[in-house]
Design a binder for this molecule. Sequence first.
Ligand code: ZN
Length: 242
Amino acid sequence: MKKIDLHSHVGNFGSWAGVKSDIDSIIKNMDEYEVEKVVLCSANQYTNDDTEYAFKKYPERVFPIVFTNPNEGKKSIDTVKYYVEEKGFKGIKLNPLKNAYVADDVVVDPIMELAKEYDIPVFIHSGHPPYSLPWSIALLAERHPNVKTVMIHMGHGHGVYIDAALKMARRYNNIYLEMSGMPMGCKIKEAYETVGKNRIMFGIDAPFHHPMVEIQKVLTSGIDDKGIEDVFYNNAFEFLRL
Ligand SMILES: [Zn+2]
């Protein structure tokens, strides 16, 4: 069954994670697991050129998004402008946990305004206190109702945060959910049925997770066949305007 991976990284994470990926190995996995396209970002705000290299090498397979750190002020804005305008990037990646700002801090507003201007989605890491919790992401999405905001990991590994991701997505219709790293398959089904059939999407989060594990969570979620196709492919196809 064909798929679109809504969230993976290219690059070296080192440190506590001790994981890395290169685009050739990502593409090899994509071929093996029928993943047509990947929404790809770098490991951090300094290595967007890794994503650019991947996009140049596999333009049909890679949907490039720019990693930026709003704490860097003008530099953060310039980074987004450069990669969107000069390099054809099509989205923005934020990781409040890694870069130490609360997701709804005012420093993020100029980035959201750029996203609105370019009409591109913003992908935000979720699931870790104190910076990247679903409620904070929701407060940001509330201030920017015209920006499509993807809550990556939909609360991640904590049941209370997963529940909050669902509640916040039900409240704000510009919030979309991505399920990589989130262990409860049944919550994929709950999102599909209660948030919206088009607002829950499949992701892998390479190099942190193996495709087979993420795929199994969707397959065993209890959604019907049409739903599985939506989560794996149809929803992202529409969301990314492919
Ligand atoms: Zn990630």
